[in-house]
Design a protein around this ligand. Sequence first.
Ligand code: CP
Ligand code: NVA
Length: 325
Amino acid sequence: MYAVAPAPASTLRGRHFLDVTDLSPAELAALLRLARVLKAAPGVEQRAIARGLTLALLFEKPSLRTRVSFEVAIAQLGGQALFAAGAEFLIGSRETPEDAARVLSRYVDAIVVRTHEHEPLERFARSSSVPVINGLSARSHPCQALADMLTIEERFGSLDGLRIAYIGDAKNNVALSLAQAAVMLGATVQFGAPSSHRPSKAALAHLQALGKASGGVAQAFSSAVRAVRNADVVYTDVWTSMGEERYRERNDAMLRAYAVTDELLSYAQSHAIFMHCLPAHRGEEVSEAVIDSGRSAVFDQAENRLHAQKALLVALLSDAKGFVP
Ligand code: CP
Ligand code: NVA
């Protein structure tokens, strides 16, 4: 048997998780602690947590990691998953997001949505009486950020005082959620991107405000080298996100100088790791040599999607008791 979990995680029961900022820094830290505990102690005890509960996964875009890691997570917690994709589920196409949420809340115990625009997802969540989890929207990818923070903590012990360089499309969903979580936990985020692909002034100011209590900072550079200099972590993502395909040629041309190669990594600290949420376009935003190198943490990140999301489900669906050995 296990004893009692970190107390702050229990406050998440019944809440939605649409953005990293839905959590306080203390709740984020507690969730990561819970993920570490669950990862270290897999076993039958976990199967009682969500016994008899159903998690719906409603995806308007393709997915490998998010879908499979949530399905495995709920199964390991004793519950079951239900998956609907594409035309079967398009927020607001057959009925309003509000009506769809009210109906689904009568059937299932939590809902993961992968969608395009963020605003219909917020409307959907406001009308849902069960927790709604953002499994990626055009704005943010908070579940990815949980796994990223877990991976960085495993490598460095803590985020506090670390430098994370995010290179490439620094305006995308992965960049925003990563930066929010990192500054909340006391890291400095250095974006390296052309002005067209950098967070807006307002977004940077919001990141500064988020990081104020912990000492977290966000800065943007147009030089990839300046952004990477002295970094502990170098992170990139695809240059064109799902739903943005019409901009692919323009993005390829504008971001070519921001590819993460051995040469660029040489400006980071010698212990720096490489991160990518995957799927990666090898030979575009990252070279084969970097992603396959000993510095690459990408498969640990992918694995940690499972552990981080299991912690999230435990926190949203239970009082999070029963997990600290
Ligand atoms: N990183 C990530 O969300 O992967 P999928 O698109 O495969 O879910
Ligand atoms: N920025 C990417 C992340 C995929 C996991 C996208 O939205 O397509």
